[in-house]
Design a protein around this ligand. Structure first.
Ligand code: GAR
Length: 180
């Protein structure tokens, strides 16, 4: 399975996939990394691992469809068969998703279907949940919806901050994404 990884920032989930590949724990090959954000930290991880990478900056396109078309072209040119969203903070259009049926997966920092969207850890702590976690799921046109592949449960503690909780959840993201 040839994988294209889409990122927007730090790229720690990308790093966990690269590490799994290097250690022979990923039954797949990362053939392309694309960032929509120029100079995203995560690109350095592709560079140091000699993985083909490119920036496709959404700001340089007239509309979302043209951006999606550029992503599609780059991914198909690289021979990608599966797309892994790893902290990719753009919403893909229905047309794009239809071209990759059950071929796009995402990591989300909550136990879906709870806490879709942004600021998941702040909202989990505000709600007072005892457990939160992370989810790997197939991507569907509705944001943060789609069949769940794997989840990891993470406890919350009375003295938690969103930052502490985010770090604890992120460690589990790094465990379950390569397993998916
Ligand atoms: C991760 O926590 C990921 O779950 C989240 O962004 C972070 C990216 O970190 N994704 C989303 O919120 C998507 N809705 P990373 O760049 O270090 O992998």
């Amino acid at each position: 399975m040839r994988i294209g990884v889409l990122i927007s920032g730090r790229g720690s989930n990308l790093q966990s996939l690269i590490k799994a590949q290097l250690e022979g724990r990923l039954s797949a090959e990362i053939v392309m990394v694309i960032s929509n954000v120029p100079n995203a930290e995560g690109l350095k991880k592709a560079v140091s691992s000699k993985i083909p990478h490119q920036v496709i900056n959404h700001n340089e396109f007239a509309n979302a469809k043209e951006f999606d078309d550029a992503l599609h072209k780059a991914l198909t040119s690289a021979g990608a068969e599966l797309i892994c969203l790893a902290g990719f903070m753009r919403i893909l259009g229905d047309g794009f998703i239809a071209k990759w049926p059950n071929r796009i997966i995402n990591v989300h920092p909550s136990l879906l279907p709870s806490f879709k969207g942004l600021h998941t850890h702040e909202r989990a702590l505000e709600a007072g949940v005892c457990f939160t976690g992370c989810t790997i799921h197939f991507v569907r046109p509705s944001v943060d919806e789609g069949p769940i592949i794997l989840q990891a449960v993470v406890p919350t503690f009375p003295d938690d901050t969103a930052e502490k909780l985010a770090n604890r959840v992120l460690q589990q993201e790094h465990v379950i994404y390569p397993l998916s």
